[in-house]
Design a binder for this molecule. Sequence first.
Ligand code: ATP
Ligand code: MN
Ligand code: MN
Length: 301
Amino acid sequence: IEKEAPVAVATAAPASTVKVSNRDRVIFPEGKLTKGQLADYYELVAPLMLPWAGSRPVSLVRCPQGRAKKCFFQKHDAGSFGDDVKHIGIREKDGHDEAYLFVDTPAGLLTCVQMGTIEFHGWGARIEDVEKADRLVFDLDPDEGLGFKDVVSAAFHVRDLLAQMGLTTFPMVTGGKGVHVIAPLTPSAEWPQVKDFAHRFAQALEQAEPDRYTAALSKARRTGRIFVDYLRNQRGATAVMPYSARNREFAPIAVPLTWDELHDLDAPSHWHIGDGGEMLKRASSKNLAHWGRADQVLPDL
Ligand code: ATP
Ligand code: MN
Ligand code: MN
């Protein structure tokens, strides 16, 4: 019996045409998690990932020899991905077009995994018009000393302030230490306006509660505070995609949550690449079905 057959049957994932080689290669030394397990995870969650990640330029965190070895962040096509990983030309500052990647099929995701990808990061705009943001994201980065409950209460604070401005938001644990608070936008505002809004929002938080928040980049200013990383909201900046695996110990994943779930969560990372089946079940629940969907535009600030 071929090694790969039982896994495909057990997960009942749609048969992919992408051949994933070296399935036994250990990608996560902690827990001895393999490339095959990572591929099976992505095959399972592809239907959950693609509605959000599939319509935007993506960057990849690739660790071809596993996460203990050299990893790199890849924005552009190296020409070796084949037809399942698609290209979009995006104008660079110097005026020339550069080929960025997008992946809108399970086969595309699997090709990336075959090429050593662990993480998928995406622009805040769709390929139809990369100049117009389709989301705001407030990336809440806690300083070392803070507990997860501090991050959770900050996320609720951000939610409430944005709600006062008419924006519906959705939380996601990143699989790392923090939380992203995401406001979907109907594409309309362009990047300078979006960045300005996010920057001023972060500054207002800092001014209101300087002991709790900082909008400053300097590490010194972050001590004991939550850095409100507004810089995910500029042209070309990326954020980790929902359901992406992370290049961290034991292969955690980024998980979209309801606000009620975030309220009850006591640690930033409960889930890992073994939890694809649970992700499928969760996603079909009533409360998560509308995650990331809202018809709204950037308000004035
Ligand atoms: P955490 O909750 O632990 O903060 P995170 O996903 O918010 O997790 P990072 O993994 O530190 O944080 O990534 C920060 C951001 O910078 C991500 O949104 C990612 O898209 C981007 N990024 C990461 N590496 C690079 C890189 N080499 N070049 C450009 N952007 C990067
Ligand atoms: Mn973060
Ligand atoms: Mn950050």
